[in-house]
Design a protein around this ligand. Structure first.
Ligand SMILES: [Fe+2]
Length: 232
């Protein structure tokens, strides 16, 4: 397997490149529109063909590069059925498996940050988007956010993965790059250490977070896969 973790500093977003060594077929998870020249150069240098752009959800901050990559490379954009992106090529639901060469991605519906959030499980790792972050979780106060639902998603669909599963989140604001399920079950300050659903809901209700900086531009653009028209 070929694997790269990519970071976009303005929105502290992680994107991921995964590819099958044998077939050279590749996916990018949670792309950022401003980075597409970098992705294309990277794909070319590794001799890879981009098959899918996978979205963990419709972001409030970075604008997705899915539409631009589809125009330039013919890749297909994948989102959950409830994400609200009618422009996507493939609407997935819980339990769907995507095959990319020898790589298999299992879709787990993990709503709560947004209604259409998914995590992608691939072999020994999970791409948890903004559901489970390292020592944190996504906010639940907009985009159909629901703290009770997020608790159930994380404890039911992610904490049940094998303890050594690597956790690759959608963002990190503290310089962390990767965690494990074991580490988050034990130490996540919002849900780890056996914290109760009621405690978690109380924590989420008391956060008083600022309005997301780029949401007014990013959300409308992301509903149309961040296409060139929407960006203009
Ligand atoms: Fe998000």
């Amino acid at each position: 397997m070929i694997f790269r973790q990519l970071f976009e500093a303005q929105t502290s977003t992680y994107s991921y490149l995964l590819a099958c060594k044998r077939t050279r077929r590749a996916v990018l998870i949670d792309t950022v529109a401003t980075e597409i020249d970098h992705y294309i150069a990277l794909l070319e240098s590794l001799d890879l063909q981009l098959v899918f752009t996978l979205e963990t959800h419709l972001h409030a901050d970075p604008i997705t590069g899915a539409g631009l990559l589809r125009e330039k490379l013919g890749s297909k954009s994948v989102v959950h059925r409830d994400a609200g992106a009618q422009c996507a090529d493939l609407m997935v639901t819980d339990g769907v498996t995507l095959q990319v060469g020898e790589l298999e991605f299992e879709v787990r519906h993990t709503p709560g940050h947004t209604g259409g959030c998914v995590s992608y499980v691939m072999a020994d790792r999970v791409f948890s988007g903004d559901a489970l972050l390292i020592d944190g979780c996504g906010r639940t106060d907009f985009q159909q956010g629901n703290a009770a639902q997020l608790y159930d998603s994380i404890t039911g669909k992610l904490f049940s993965l094998p303890p050594d599963t690597l956790v690759y989140p959608g963002h990190d604001y503290h310089g962390n790059t990767v965690s494990t399920i074991k580490q988050e079950v034990a130490k996540n300050s919002r849900l780890g250490g056996g914290r109760s659903r009621e405690d978690f809901i109380a924590i989420m209700q008391s956060l008083n977070l600022a309005y997301p900086k780029y949401i007014d531009q990013a959300l409308p653009a992301n509903h149309s896969c961040g296409s060139a028209a929407a960006l203009g």
